[in-house]
Write a protein that binds this ligand. Structure first.
Ligand code: SF4
Length: 514
């Protein structure tokens, strides 16, 4: 099998982006699923904008609706076909509207999508996201649906132009696919074997993001710390963290998701010795029972898992550790579940994503004989959630009185307007809602404020001013970039000396695909 290309991909302007009246068609991308999908959607948006489409205003009906699906989460198919049902009535009354379905579920269901929802115009998979504009054009030209699913990755998604959701923060994919065979997971069959990008390409992309105003990046991979397996360097991930930490202007480095089996001490050392790597770790446990871990084909055991957490905390005492846990895997007994509760209690996770096991067609676990009854799964799930909420609250209460550096974000504090607060993330990724005292200067998204925590809840911290004194704000390059983007979107000239900023971010040089 040939390696996927890592050269930048040119998306040509598409005639289908124009209506017969000469108006630019609008698009909307709806994302289901994980961070990988969120990042892929930025690539889909970037590809569409390179072809000439413009993003629809929030709440407006777009000419092209793209659904980036997920096959991993519960009821993914139900969610997709429910959404398509709603979109059909809109399409029936809106001439020229197109619907495209891509991502993991499309890769899995292939022509079943068109069989179940024949009003869909384009179906594309996880390996050919850059084809979306040309598939939309062909579907419009031929007046019939286009289906294109490739079995292998041709170009890294990172070669596509991107339209980032946040200026201060960016995702950087370092690998795609996974060599593991966890029995509950559909990812290996949909995303294929792990393909690693070259370190130089990754570091160049990070530098471009930083040049564009980002001060935070999150490195992404299905199994992020096995990075290097393809080119035979077992320590490549730790080296990459250290190299990224050298990039001038990059203040916060995060990564997700690592696998406990491949999590080696050189990575812990690299985290602890690289100031820009944040004291945060998402480490999926999945189960605390060694018997269940074996059935899941997860090659670590609970003792190894707890040992990793101990070593991380020994080097980074304030690290906030989060996890994923599946309840009710086939064959899980009461004793197995008690083991999970015990490991959760010992792990002191800051937060956990908890899932009830449900059958995913196409995975080995789907055909295992001893599926756990729904009522039992529900009861165990509720106990686990209650335990984790108690621990999350206790861990958050330890933050009260601490002064945290919070990177101001947008859109994360739903009640901010009503409560006169703003929201951001602490270095350990905890969500902090902080008060904006009357008369205080307002920080911009991307600026950093120093605030003292006054109250803890299971899922967030509050930092209210004790005496109404103004916020302590560090104005950052990311805040400047946010100012420039606001000025550009209003047609106002950027401040003197400000570097021009491209709206759609690609890579430095472009190549027409062969
Ligand atoms: S490590 Fe396991 S759960 Fe994660 S993507 Fe690979 S197969 Fe799926």
């Amino acid at each position: 099998m040939t390696s996927p290309s890592s050269a930048p991909t040119l998306i040509a302007p598409s005639s289908a982006a124009l209506t017969p009246e000469g108006r630019l068609r609008t698009y909307e991308v709806r994302t289901f699923g994980c961070q990988m999908n969120v990042h892929d959607s930025e690539r889909l948006s970037g590809s569409l904008e390179s072809a000439g489409y413009v993003r629809a205003d929030v709440g407006a009906e777009a000419d092209v609706v793209v659904i980036n699906t997920c096959a991993v989460r519960d009821n993914a198919a139900g969610k997709l076909y429910g959404t398509l049902g709603h979109l059909k009535s809109r399409k029936d009354r809106r001439a020229g509207m197109q619907i495209a379905v891509g991502g993991c579920l499309a890769q899995m269901d292939k022509d079943a999508v068109l069989a179940k929802a024949p009003w869909v115009d384009v179906v594309f998979g996880t390996h050919n996201m850059g084809s979306l504009p040309s598939l939309l054009e062909r579907a419009r030209h031929n007046g019939e649906a286009e289906l294109e699913i490739l079995e292998a990755l041709e170009v890294f998604p990172s070669t596509l132009p991107t339209k980032r959701d946040a200026i201060h923060s960016g995702w950087v994919s370092i690998s795609v696919g996974c060599n593991n065979t966890c029995t509950f997971c559909i990812v290996p069959s949909l995303r294929g074997k792990e393909k690693d990008r070259r370190p130089g390409d990754i570091l160049s992309e990070i530098k471009l993001l930083v040049d564009d105003g980002a001060i935070e990046v999150t490195l992404l991979g299905q199994n992020v710390n096995s990075y290097g397996v393809e080119f035979g360097d077992r320590q490549a991930f730790g080296k990459l963290l250290r190299a990224a930490g050298e990039i001038e202007g990059l203040e916060r480095i995060r990564f997700t998701s690592p696998h406990p089996a491949a999590f080696t001490d050189d990575v812990i050392d690299a985290m602890a010795e690289t100031p820009a790597v944040m004291p945060q770790l998402h480490m999926p446990l999945q189960s605390g029972s060694d018997r269940v871990l074996k059935a899941m084909r997860r090659s670590y055991r609970s003792e190894r898992f707890l040992g990793i957490l101990d070593r991380v905390r020994a080097k980074m005492p304030h690290a906030a550790i989060s996890t994923d846990i599946i309840v009710g895997f086939p064959g899980e007994t009461d004793e197995d579940f008690e083991d999970t509760l015990r490991v959760v209690e010992q792990s002191r996770f800051a937060s956990a994503f908890t899932f009830q096991y449900s059958i995913r067609e196409g995975t080995p676990a789907a055909t295992m004989a001893d599926q756990v009854p729904k009522a039992v799964v529900q009861e165990r799930y509720e106990r686990l959630v209650a335990l984790q909420e108690r621990i999350s609250l206790e861990e958050n209460e330890k933050q009260v009185g601490r002064t945290l550096d919070v990177l101001v974000s947008t859109g994360e504090g739903k009640k901010d307007a009503a409560t006169h607060r703003l929201t951001g993330r602490a270095e350990d990724n905890r969500l902090v809602h902080f008060e904006l005292p009357a008369g205080s200067e307002t920080p911009r998204p991307g600026d950093v404020v120093s605030v003292t925590v006054t109250h803890a809840a299971p899922f967030h911290l509050l930092a209210d001013s004790a005496d109404g004194s103004p916020l302590r704000i560090r104005r950052t390059r990311a805040g400047e970039a946010w100012d420039r983007s606001q000025a550009e979107s209003c047609g106002v000239p950027a401040p003197a000396g400000a570097a021009p900023r491209a709206v759609s971010l690609g890579l430095p040089t472009l190549r027409v695909p062969q």
